[in-house]
Design a protein around this ligand. Structure first.
Ligand code: GLP
Length: 240
């Protein structure tokens, strides 16, 4: 695990974009793992700038980390919509090249199995982008998630619903259930880029990076990942 601390989130976005650009220009069929939340925003903006400068993403395939259950198609906070808005369209990645778990599927466990298989069939994820929740979650693997878990339905805990309520009109509108890649799925990516910014993430980052490897802090899987880069602004690194 390498830890890189830079003054601002804009600086960490540039380093993350360099890693992704390297992948995209050297591989004929790169596979990206995409995250939602506000943290990767500066990275997606930096990639968009590079795309406008000539970097092509036309040959990229991508898999999303997670999705809410029960939001109707087209709901602006459905992660499939967020990724289309923030990544797929600005980078001109073909729509069909980006997949996520379908939170409207009739049979959710079967959908999770299909999704896990789709990642395997694509040859696995080359570079996985991830944020960290204030309670140490990664994707939607809440504290207590098995370290070897695969894509599956999960129930959100109160803190995560509260944290994510800022994207919805009220707390009641935040879904209670989600589908998420498991810690085992994320652990199989070839390079994990974990980004965090702001003081609100400092405790979670310290637990993930310096605490024990433990299900109580799912993001602590960075410690055992074969190639993890933790990119922090100074505020997020302030408790290391
Ligand atoms: C959500 C997402 C996570 C993300 C987390 C942190 O719960 N499922 O993938 O890392 O929020 O979000 P933010 O970056 O907005 O703090």
């Amino acid at each position: 695990m390498e830890i890189i601390v830079l003054p601002t989130a804009t600086d960490t976005a540039v380093v993350a974009a360099d890693i992704i650009e390297q992948l995209v220009i050297t591989r004929p069929a790169p596979v990206l793992g995409l995250a939602t939340g506000s943290t990767p925003g500066p990275l997606y903006e930096e990639l968009t700038r590079r795309h406008k400068g000539g970097l092509s993403f036309a040959h990229v395939r991508a898999f999303m980390l997670d999705e809410y259950v029960g939001l109707p198609a087209g709901h602006p906070e459905r992660y499939a919509e967020v990724i289309r808005r923030e990544v797929t369209e600005p980078l001109d990645i073909p729509l069909e090249a980006v997949q996520g778990p379908d939170g409207s599927a009739a049979d959710l466990p079967a959908e999770c199995e299909r999704y896990e298989q789709a990642i395997t069939d694509a040859g696995g994820i080359d570079v996985q982008i991830a944020g960290i929740g204030s309670n140490g979650h990664i994707a939607f693997n809440e504290p207590g998630s098995a370290l070897t878990s695969l894509t599956r339905p999960k129930t959100l805990n109160a803190r995560t619903r509260h944290d994510n309520a800022r994207f919805f009109a009220s707390l009641d509108e935040v879904p209670k259930h989600v589908l998420t890649q498991g810690l085992g799925t994320i652990g199989r990516s070839r390079h994990l880029l974990m980004l965090a910014s702001g003081e609100g993430k400092a405790d979670a980052v310290a637990a993930a990076v310096e605490g024990p490897l433990a299900a109580v802090c799912p993001a602590s899987i960075v410690q055992t990942h074969r190639h993890a880069t933790v990119l922090l602004d100074e505020a997020a690194a302030s408790k290391l």
